[in-house]
Design a protein around this ligand. Structure first.
Ligand code: VTB
Length: 322
């Protein structure tokens, strides 16, 4: 994979963030998502690669663009698997709260997990706790392992969990263990990434979120030297059948880093749409807009934060007006 693709991917997530951020705080989640998706799709046409969407906006018959199997790029250049979430956190943008991201991950063809669109139980940690947690261990054991690895008391360990009724027991277990919880309304990709950055104050992600989001988080954590483990959680017979069709017979199967993203190379980029612990969201002032992006590559381990300042006058196509 050409390393020059890293900067190209920044342009993709910047465009998606700029477009969807225009909808911040307007209470219109679908409009925010559509804006991100079409901006992302447009920029892909200019990128020298032969990409195929493996994680996207849905199946071909349910999504007009960035659907699974769609070809992306100019058709010359490296053959890559593409995972996208043009707007991770549509509700977040609609409500103007924290941690919405425009996200993309790519890896050499055949290397990304084709995760079905269903729930996945996840556990994610940053570098220090790699190899120390186990999705099959108890909540207490995992919290204690993170505390030991990070040389802190369990009382100072901060777990991040999606605020959902399905997590009631998990939340109780974390509090009983003495650790603290940051409950979030949406956005477990940002939450997983944040475990790899000390300054975010987040030590471990627990709980059930989307499986496709698990793949995106895995690529980021691969670049950062962190770890995520996952288990599919089919909600009904149809989803169980879907797993079987994919060759996943054992529903207790644990997906590890190498299952999510094979090989030694992958690139991940995310631009903040709304403010978060790691990235500032898009800000507009007159004809200028600013963005903040993190872009990283697994092979080199380089992590870059890129501040963008955009002229909306010179590039009006960057933002689709509501
Ligand atoms: C999470 C969250 C995402 O989906 O994966 C969540 O991180 C899981 O679905 O931002 P439920 O809302 O059904 O709990 C998102 O909210 C995005 O769809």
């Amino acid at each position: 994979m050409e390393r020059s693709l890293t900067m190209e991917l920044v342009r993709v997530t910047e465009a998606a963030a700029l477009s969807s951020a225009r909808w911040m705080g307007r209470g219109l989640r679908n409009e925010a998502d559509d804006a991100a998706t079409s901006a992302m799709r447009t920029v892909f046409d200019t990128i020298p690669m032969q990409g195929v969407v493996v994680i996207g906006e849905g199946e071909m018959d349910e999504a007009p663009m960035l659907y699974i199997g769609e070809k992306l790029g100019t058709g010359v250049g490296p053959a890559v698997d593409v995972a996208v979430d043009p707007l991770e956190g549509t509700n977040i943008v609609a409500q103007g709260t924290w941690n919405a991201l425009a996200v993309i991950a790519i890896a050499d063809k055949g290397n990304l997990l084709h995760a079905p669109d269903m729930y996945m139980e996840k556990i994610a940690v940053g570098t220090e706790a790699v190899g120390k947690v186990d999705i099959n261990a108890s909540t207490y054991e995992n919290l204690q392992a993170v505390a030991d690895a990070k040389k802190k008391d369990i009382e100072d360990v901060v777990a991040i969990v999606l605020d959902r009724p399905r997590h009631q027991q998990l939340i109780q277990e974390i509090r009983q263990a003495g650790a603290r919880i940051k409950l979030i309304p949406d956005g477990d990709v940002a939450a997983a990434i944040n475990t790899a950055f000390d300054e975010t104050g987040v030590d471990i992600l627990f709980g059930i979120g989307g499986a496709p989001e698990g793949v995106l988080a895995a690529v980021a954590l691969k670049c950062l030297g962190g770890e995520i483990q996952g288990k599919l959680v089919p909600k009904d017979e149809a989803e169980r059948a879907r797993c079987e069709k994919m060759g996943i017979k054992d529903l207790d199967r644990v997906f590890y880093m190498e299952d999510f993203c094979k090989g030694d190379d992958a690139i991940f980029a995310a631009t903040g749409v709304t403010d978060g612990e790691l990235l500032k969201g898009v800000q507009f002032k007159g004809t200028r807009a600013t963005t903040q992006t993190v872009v990283m590559r697994a092979k080199s381990g380089t992590v870059r934060f890129i501040d963008g300042e955009h002229s909306l006058k010179k590039k009006p196509n960057l933002v689709m007006e509501p």
